[in-house]
Write a protein that binds this ligand. Sequence first.
Ligand code: MLT
Ligand code: ZN
Length: 494
Amino acid sequence: MAGFAGAYDSICGRAVNAAIIRIFGGGFQVTLAPDLLDKLSRIVGANKLLMDAEAHVQYGRDWTRVETPSPAAVALPGSIEQVQALVQLANAEGLAIVPSGGRTGLSGGAVAARGELVVALDNLNQIGAFNSIDRSVVCGAGVITEQLQQFAEDQGLHYPVDFASSGSSQIGGNVATNAGGIKVIRYGMTRDWVVGLKVVTGTGELLELNAGLIKNNAGYDLRHLMIGSEGTLGIIVEVTIRLCRAPTDLAVMVLGVPDMPSIMSTLAEFRQQMELTAFEFFSEPALQKVVAHQDLQRPFDEPCAYYALLEFEQTSGSEMDQAMALFEHCLEQGWVLDGVVSQSVAQARNLWRLREDISETIARWAPYKNDLSVVVSKVPEFLTAVEALVNAAYPDFEIIWYGHIGDGNVHLNILKPESLSIADFAEQCGEVSKGVFEIVREHRGSVSAEHGVGVLKKPYLPYSRSPLEIELMRAIKRSFDPNGVLNPGKIFDL
Ligand code: MLT
Ligand code: ZN
């Protein structure tokens, strides 16, 4: 045993059966003892225990690039029993586990940087029983979101939780982070579609929760504690998902608006008269970047401060006329300056790309990402206050705004100037974050609307949650994971 550090501190105070070698530059590498490696490979099979550096980088990180991935091993269990056996072994050996789905997270919740065992659910990827009366389907945790969406479509139904990463995110990870996305205004978050869960607790027991029921008031609903717990309370191994009617003939409108209050007036006007399936926004700098770097055109020539993207179903045949009348009204009021509406599925898809491709486009500037929410009516004053603060502190930083404004969820992205190193940039943004989160607190908002806390937002949790709430969260953590083996160091420290 060469040392004892990091994630292991929270595991019973026991030494892990491993040698920990500090690496110059901050990270460290853990070499597991041969007998522990042997036990792991007897559980999952030697070819499902990945020990090569490439796999460790791939499975040790999510879409954030802040921490250096450094797991001790990556296990790919092929059954729920194997997941249980891994957790039991982790308890016996004092090994930390990072549960891993599609690793598309943006807050470091699935990062393994301290010699943990990554338990990747990729191979629990079966779509199981479908019940057309219950309109429910059983999915292994490793089922890709798009795979479930396609399955639902094949049954003439719909899985409505959607986001740009649906091609690689996994259902288990979506549940663990309560993923939101672009249709929340109409369909809610992942939480709203989970009717059953199988979860391996921190002691390796299997919990079967809610059994597909719509109504179940028999005591506490532990299912909802697990949803959004970011792998700290249990490993999601199977999910029963509710499906719904497929939407009919969706149309997309992109409107240019002069300011934030105008977006809110437009939202209120449309929502008063129509059921919207999405109401998103982005700023002119966001549009400029996405048009410059993707094969896309501006929706119209006139540059506007902000753009609203709204989507609606055409079920009765009159919705397009109604939307056009509302557009005219907003134009007369001066809330809207210009607009376009899709006339085909292809056009609708291209308009959506103006919004959905922003995140990928700006990734090249290593943005400092924030995922904030306030109640919808407070968004304009909130956004103005945050922008003033960032501009005053760092006039040279470029700000890109976009998000799910119909849910009160805005993504503040600060782009890294080329002249700054990632570390210096992160430090400067960390300083400004305190001011931003102070504004969040004043508005009684959230420091993480949909991306989760992970490691990146951990220091800021107290801006959204009271000391009592955090203490109760710790007590819940101790109930499900008394030895602290599951995703230690995420959300809060014990
Ligand atoms: C989005 O809304 O595009 C996603 O949450 C990703 C991001 O914030 O970059
Ligand atoms: Zn988002």
